[in-house]
Design a protein around this ligand. Structure first.
Ligand SMILES: CC(=O)SCCNC(=O)CCNC(=O)[C@H](O)C(C)(C)COP(=O)(O)OP(=O)(O)OC[C@H]1O[C@@H](n2cnc3c(N)ncnc32)[C@H](O)[C@@H]1OP(=O)(O)O
Length: 210
């Protein structure tokens, strides 16, 4: 079976996991790994390496080329999307085969769903989101673009997470809570009240840090 080529943007720790997922998923073949630590394009073992600006060259080589931004920092992912200016449908969606996803859930372009996640009925996940290893996204959640739900976090029913928000590892959010945009919720925290935009909150239950 022919696999669609995909360009992986970023070559840090998160990218290592994404590259493993691409192999496990079997839908894509890595055509290029682009990172600004490279100044020029070069090829090694059939994979092109180069700066992020090489993305247009790669798209030009093959109209079915997909892209994925494999960078854990939410603001950096958003900045790269703004910078490279390509249509959203050029971004792939990566779902590890061990993830359990309701047929009624919706998942945006550029989003990655890592091993052992569960995404339940009518959840809506935005674009360029990271649903990290073992996270649970319960029914009717709404998760904004560029959010990151860290490993083992539990978002119970009807939770809303704003654009760019980072939910730390093993955090729990009780039903119906809204967390604003560009917030950070500490690892292991329990959120029992709504969190306004741009807040950092930690603890059980959470308190604001700023
Ligand atoms: C595969 C992967 O690796 S995915 C990545 C997953 N990453 C995470 O889950 C990391 C989440 N990050 C955290 O939990 C961080 O501690 C943050 C972002 C919430 C806070 O970081 P900072 O702003 O540097 O806070 P700092 O370490 O200075 O601590 C400030 C206060 O908050 C407390 N605090 C910090 N984090 C937490 C936490 N998770 N739970 C409870 N209290 C916390 C500290 O004890 C300190 O309290 P004090 O002022 O009473 O002494």
């Amino acid at each position: 079976m022919d696999m669609n080529p995909i360009v992986v943007i970023g070559e840090g720790g998160h990218s290592k996991v994404i590259q493993d997922m691409i192999v496990a998923d079997g839908c894509y073949q890595i055509a290029a790994i682009l990172d600004d630590k490279y100044q020029e394009m070069h090829e090694r073992n059939g994979i092109v390496y180069g700066p992020i600006s090489a993305v247009c060259t790669m798209i030009g080589r093959n109209p079915s080329m997909k892209l994925i931004i494999a960078i854990g920092n939410n603001r950096v992912r958003a900045e790269i999307v703004r910078r490279i200016q390509v249509d959203h449908e050029k971004f792939g969606t990566l779902i590890h085969p061990s993830a359990v996803i309701s047929p009624s859930a919706r998942i945006g372009e550029g989003t990655v769903v890592m091993p052992n996640c569960v995404i339940n009925a009518h959840a809506e996940i935005g674009k360029h989101v990271i649903i990290n290893t073992g996270a649970i996204i319960e029914h009717d959640n709404r998760i904004g673009d560029y959010a990151h739900i860290s490993p083992n976090a539990t978002l119970t029913g009807n939770v809303a997470i704003g654009e760019g928000t980072h939910i730390g590892a093993s955090a729990t959010i009780i039903p119906g809570i809204k967390v604003g945009k560009w917030c950070v919720i500490g690892a292991g925290s329990t959120v029992i009240r709504d969190i306004p935009d741009f807040k950092k909150a930690v603890g059980c239950p959470t308190r604001f840090l700023d």
